[in-house]
Design a binder for this molecule. Structure first.
Ligand code: HSE
Length: 312
């Protein structure tokens, strides 16, 4: 018998990972969103509650990232049921940490469970991308795919969609820094233009290859050498206060890599040594930012037991 209600945690994600613009991402342990989905006899998809968004997110189900993909999921599976969604934002919006993707992945995952899990996590990616489309205007998979699958993920192709998980035994502590400034994803994409040089292509592809091989062969030094971005970082870092200084500091503190998370303004840094990450965070305490010291989330969206009041 199908479940009446399901509550999930859907993680924040770091897109691009420096050298994989629009094609690489990883999920983190925190922050993330809580999404509760409940079956209803009244057909259709409704957003019944949103908390933690400061009142800025749309409540119409076609416009909300958590529900846009659920509408398509019900249509494609010919489901006549109704689904009510509660979205609890437990992470900053417009931060470069995949906020809309967390909502989108959480919504489609929870709805799929209510339908008896007809689709796999991989099959849910294109539905979660609908949520990205309504929230950001374009449907990237580099946040929703790691949010759903967990771990490190590569988008081999968008058309047709072909997403692969990158196997690695490396474990990292991830220090996320969200400066108190706002960067609009749309503007952050416009600033990139539409062309890159052959030289940039060679450098970026070399680093992308190195990062993939480094992860797959558990070679953290190769991963470290490969966390380099010659396409987006040079054009976007100007929006992040003290970016160069902060990056130098983090690398000197033992980070194996540091770059802009997604389109920013958040910055991610990976450490193989948790204590070094803790010390690095301590040294940044006067910096006007929010910090998350977390790990790579290898599970992706996960169900949470208990009542929503206990969970929140
Ligand atoms: N890959 C995207 C970008 C992530 O960097 O613009 C933003 O959601």
């Amino acid at each position: 018998m199908n479940r009446q209600t399901v509550t999930v945690f859907s993680p924040a994600t770091v897109a691009n990972i420096a050298c994989g613009f629009d094609i690489l991402g990883f999920a983190v342990g925190e922050p993330g969103d809580i999404v509760k989905a409940t079956l209803s006899d009244e057909p259709g998809v409704r957003v019944v509650k949103i908390t933690g968004d400061g009142g800025v997110l749309p409540t119409g189900s076609e416009k909300n990232a958590a529900t846009a993909g659920v509408i398509k999921l019900l249509n494609d599976t010919n489901s006549k049921v109704g689904i009510e969604i509660e979205l609890h934002k437990k992470m900053p919006l417009g931060s470069g940490l995949g906020s809309s993707a967390a909502s989108a992945a959480g919504g489609v995952y929870a709805a799929n469970v209510l339908l008896g899990s007809p689709l796999s996590r991989s099959e849910l990616i294109s539905y979660a991308m609908e949520g990205e489309r309504v929230a950001c205007g374009t449907a990237h998979a580099d946040n929703v795919a790691p949010a759903l699958l967990g771990g490190f993920v590569a988008v081999r192709s968008y058309n047709p969609l072909d997403v692969v998980r990158i196997p690695t035994e490396l474990t990292f502590s991830c220090l996320l820094i969200k400066p108190h400034v706002e960067v609009m994803t749309k503007e952050a994409r416009q600033v990139l233009g539409t062309e890159i040089s052959l030289e940039q292509h060679v450098i970026q592809s070399g680093n992308l290859s190195g990062l993939l091989v480094g992860l797959m062969t558990n070679d953290s030094e190769l991963v470290s050498r490969s966390i380099v971005d010659v396409i987006a970082e040079p054009k976007r870092s100007k929006w992040i206060p003290h970016y160069d200084e902060m990056k130098n500091y983090l690398m000197n503190q033992g980070a194996i890599g540091c770059c802009i998370s997604g389109s920013g303004p958040s910055v991610f840094s990976l450490f193989t040594d948790r204590e070094k990450a803790e010390r690095a965070q301590e040294g940044l305490k006067d910096f006007e930012a929010d910090f998350y010291l977390t790990d790579v989330n290898t599970n992706g969206v996960s169900e949470i037991e208990g009542s929503i009041d206990e969970i929140l």
